[in-house]
Design a protein around this ligand. Structure first.
Ligand code: HEM
Length: 462
């Protein structure tokens, strides 16, 4: 691979953009469904990257494709909109009725009960777990000169989430969960034609057998984790599972077993695949941009990851953090957010009827030609001058409003530490020139898992 110093900014690979909208005719709509079944970001056309709001009809159902950041924030904050009933089709087999899918009072209660697990103080307390996960990752890579880092990050982020939420290592059950989650995201999580045609969660479910079978195996593995804790309870509350087991409702009754299981499943499903993808894309970008990679390495060499003792310490790596934000801009690992109107509304002069689906694509919004300078270029510096990236209205990798990702602080702290651990020990480059194209189901993964070439830092300096 050519590693000459790049003078022009890196434009990382992306799927082809269709010159014109595909879905105007019935045949075109079928093509959109097939393209989106392969990859949720596969059907966008040139004008999507310029429009702020575009009403559409798809398979007989009304929708609004929305990119205007202020309107997106309003929709995500308004009680007039809920998660689409159809989202349950591909998500529910993994998360049941947990916080990801619940609505109304149940959601409020569930979100409240999880809040203490995700405060900055609680996340600060998890740093040793993240450092251990980073050390585990580099130990696993020791002595290797090539590695499939997509798999390595999968294991490391599962390890971090299991340690933090369940005080467990990614051992036997963990390996089963990682394998199931990966196969689910690559297979049944993708929308099929009937998902697009169906009006609700429970009609046209002919092709859902694999989802149900894999979901049942997933729940069995999560049940095993909970069962094990019931047999060997902690003397005090140490993790999220302890909190859920100790929680009592207004009538002082423990939470039903199914709710505990569904909450644990939601955290696992939401918590490791997304962060593992973030680490993968960040490492890919740094492998393509060796100059930025060595600048980040200089930052972490000055303050090695094992010294991180508080969230404040992470401020010593501003470029590393900006690389992660720029990665989330170019490769938002949750690339699609959808809402369904519960009542009539108007958004940016477009009438919204009850049932209308609002399609929000962080993928398109983050590459929108009217919202960003050099939208397709990898330029981490754009985040360096920002006091806070959340001040950038068009930057929404974690969503917005009351249902904004509860694990954002967790994910960012973990990703900084794990990426720092990797860069402290290895120089990374790609083993081949084959471009890695993003492909989306629920998360944004690579179209293939490339090999990375690893050069130990000590050896590189010798
Ligand atoms: C890079 C990593 C991550 C990204 C990009 C991400 C992205 C998102 C987005 C966009 C949403 C909002 C979806 C919507 O509004 O429909 C969300 C919700 C959620 N995320 Fe994350 N997430 C990440 C990591 C995590 C982690 C580490 C956890 C937990 C350990 C987590 C737990 C959740 C939960 C429980 C929700 C649902 C919140 C609710 O509905 O109240 N996420 N995430």
């Amino acid at each position: 691979m050519d590693t000459t110093v790049l003078t022009a900014p890196l434009i990382p690979p992306a799927p082809k953009v269709h010159p014109r909208p595909l879905g105007v005719t019935p045949l075109g709509q079928l093509r959109v469904a097939l393209e989106m079944g392969r990859s949720l970001i596969g059907a966008y056309c040139e004008e999507d990257y310029e429009s702020l709001a575009a009403p559409y009809m798809f398979m007989g159902q009304p929708g609004l494709f929305l990119n205007d950041p202020a309107s997106v924030r309003r929709v995500l904050s308004s009680p007039k909109y809920a998660r689409p009933v159809k989202a349950a089709r591909s998500l529910k087999p993994l998360v049941g009725e947990g916080v990801l899918m619940s609505e109304g009072e149940t959601w409020r209660r569930q979100r409240r009960s999880l809040a203490p697990v995700f405060t900055p103080a609680a996340t600060g307390g998890l740093l040793p777990h993240f450092i251990a996960a980073g050390a585990g990752l580099t130990d696993a890579l020791a002595g290797k000169d090539r590695a499939n880092l997509a798999q390595t990050f999968h294991h490391a982020t599962l390890d971090a989430v299991l340690r933090a939420l369940f005080s467990r290592r990614a051992d036997a059950e963990g390996a089963i969960l990682a394998d199931l989650a990966r196969r689910y995201m690559e297979g049944p999580a993708h929308f099929n034609l009937f998902d697009f045609m169906a009006k609700g969660a429970d009609d046209l479910t002919f092709l859902d057998g694999e989802r149900r079978r894999m979901g049942a195996r997933w729940f069995k593995a999560v049940d095993a984790l909970i069962e094990e804790r019931r047999r060997n309870p902690h003397p005090e509350v140490l993790d999220m599972l302890d909190r859920l087991l100790a929680a009592r409702d207004e009538d002082d009754r423990p939470l039903p077993d199914q709710e505990i299981r569904d909450q644990c499943s939601s955290m696992l499903a939401a918590g490791f695949e997304t962060t593992s993808r973030l680490l993968f894309w960040a490492t890919y970008l740094l492998a393509l941009d060796p100059v930025t990679q060595s600048r980040v390495r200089a930052e972490v060499a000055a303050f090695p990851s094992e010294r991180v003792a508080s969230l404040d310490d992470l401020k010593v790596w501003p470029l590393l953090r900006s690389v992660l934000f720029e990665t989330l801009r170019l490769y938002p690992t949750a690339p699609m957010i959808a809402r369904q109107a519960q009542e009539a509304d108007e958004v940016l002069d477009c009438p919204v009827v009850p049932g209308c689906q609002i399609t929000i694509s962080p993928w398109v919004m983050h590459r929108h030609r009217k919202l960003w300078d050099a939208p397709t270029a990898f330029r981490p510096e754009r985040f360096l001058d920002q006091a806070h990236p959340w001040g950038i209205e068009a930057f929404m990798p974690f969503g917005a409003g009351p249902r904004v990702c509860i694990g954002a602080g967790f994910a960012l702290a973990e990703a900084q530490i794990v990426l720092a651990s990797l860069l402290e020990r290895f120089e990374v480059a790609m083993a081949s020139d084959r471009p890695v194209i993003p492909r989306a189901s629920i998360t944004l993964g690579p179209d293939h898992e490339p090999e990375f070439v690893l050069t130990p830092i000590v050896q590189a300096r010798a």
